[in-house]
Write a protein that binds this ligand. Structure first.
Ligand SMILES: *[C@@H]1O[C@H](CO)[C@@H](O)[C@H](O)[C@H]1NC(C)=O
Length: 433
């Protein structure tokens, strides 16, 4: 599904379009707040109980790495009651298996108050005074982030105010003041996939939660790694490659050739991986007819079949890739199915394309005419697949910034369990941070 413009925002690749909002819709009043691709300094960030990061700015909230601004009080109504919500100062997701009454709750800090939510519902007894619940921690915080065992020696919350850092031990309530030398003052902080990020301005730095040390080339631009934004600023080839390898934003499509080469598509860009060589460019430059934002891509007999809405584009793989005469053709004609599709893949030496559409998988025999999408089976293990590919290692299912591997399409359909979760940026593309 494509996110054509601000007025057709894509909340989730495979959900329906959000109805068009007229430009005078409420959320467009705060121009600077609405477009997170304009370079926002966020007030606070915390992941929810499912691991989806919520980014707060003013009285608005962005859920996940793409999608439009929402009013925070539409999800967290009580943030408004006690305090006409100007903004959230700080937020974190509690991680403490030793205190099940708080575990996985989202905590929000506003002035001198703390709110605890679980699945968007305010817990009884909240808001509380920060000084009661977190004695020794100041009001008017800048940022907060959880640091569970074993990242920190005990389950801890790290609070930030100006350049003061407090490590709060959840069990003993002991406060350790720290100095994080060489770290910028954070306006927001969050833990994502085991890493710690401090947001400052429209940039972020990854830090060590115990020492505050920042290793590697930081700060980096939030929009490159945590937002789905098309173009801003000039970048070198290396910067494009790094962004596409390391972005946490979901992929639109991925495919693997029989020789193991991978093509991955995200928004306006693609990344190709051949052995240890990476290449990245705009879709426009290498697949001109497609422009951007594909739904699904599969490799078959030296060609890339690229599906966008209800059309199929076919490119012969080469330098450059060449679009076949007579394409695009209707998806219904080429694969016997209506779009939009979520994923499509062919395993080596086969001529069956497996198509995932919602929670259903279909097979299409590419040697048959006319093409028919048959052998329909439910795929209920996953709520929503972003993309999938089949290669020498079997089937790879990609959802958000994670992927899952199965030996074969058959095993994927038959198995009851969801296999081990892997990290797209680091394990699939070798991002080093
Ligand atoms: C961080 O906060 C301290 C204390 O308010 C201030 O003196 C310092 O200039 C700030 N640093 C930056 C880089 O803004």
């Amino acid at each position: 599904l494509k996110c054509i413009s601000l007025f057709y925002p894509c909340l989730s690749k495979n959900l329906a379009f959000v109805p068009a909002l007229p430009p005078d819709h409420h959320s467009f009043h705060h121009g600077a707040v609405v477009d997170r691709c304009k370079g926002i300094e966020f007030d606070a960030v915390a992941v929810n109980e499912l691991g989806v990061p919520y980014f707060f700015k003013g009285d608005h909230l962005f859920k996940g790495f793409h999608g439009e601004a929402e009013l925070s009080n539409a999800t967290f109504a009580e943030l408004d009651d006690h305090h006409h919500l100007g903004h959230v100062d700080a937020a974190f997701r509690m991680h403490s298996e030793d205190s099940p009454e708080h575990h996985d709750h989202q905590f929000f800090f506003l002035d001198d108050k703390v709110f605890s939510y679980y699945k968007h519902k305010l817990e009884d007894g909240y808001p509380k005074e920060i000084s009661d619940m977190f004695p020794g921690i100041p009001d008017h915080l800048d940022a907060a982030v959880e640091c569970p065992k074993p990242d920190c020696p005990n389950d801890t919350v790290i609070f930030f105010k100006d350049d003061d850092i407090y490590h709060f031990d959840i069990k003993t309530k002991k406060v350790d003041e720290k100095e994080f030398k060489g770290m910028p003052n954070c306006t927001g902080a969050f833990r994502y996939m085991g890493h710690y990020y401090c947001l400052h301005g429209h940039q972020f730095s990854k830090f060590d939660p115990i020492t505050g040390d920042v290793h590697g080339r930081y700060p980096k631009e939030i929009r490159d790694y945590f937002m789905r934004c098309s173009h801003f600023g000039k970048k070198s080839v290396e910067e494009h490659i790094e962004r596409e390898k390391c972005s946490r934003v979901h992929l639109d499509a991925i495919t693997q050739e029989d020789d193991g080469d991978i093509y991955a598509f995200r928004g306006h860009h693609f990344l190709s991986v051949s052995g240890d060589k990476f290449h990245s460019d705009t879709i426009e430059s290498a697949f001109k007819e497609l422009h951007s934002e594909v739904d699904a891509v599969f490799s078959y007999e030296g060609h890339l079949y690229m599906i966008k809405d209800s059309e199929v584009f076919v490119y012969k793989v080469g330098e450059p890739h060449t679009h076949l005469e007579g394409y695009p053709k209707p998806l219904k004609e080429v694969l016997g199915i209506e779009g939009p599709l979520d994923a499509a893949f062919v395993c080596a030496d086969h001529h069956i394309v497996h198509i995932i559409k919602g929670q259903t998988i279909y097979d299409v025999d590419l040697k048959a005419t006319p093409r028919v999408a048959g052998n329909e089976r439910p795929l209920t293990k996953f709520k929503k697949v972003d993309t999938a590919m089949c290669g020498p290692k079997g089937v790879t299912i990609v959802i958000g910034s994670h992927y899952y591997q199965f030996q074969s399409p058959m095993e994927m359909i038959a198995s009851k369990a969801i296999p081990e979760q892997h990290n797209v940026a680091q394990e699939l593309f070798g991002c080093d941070h």
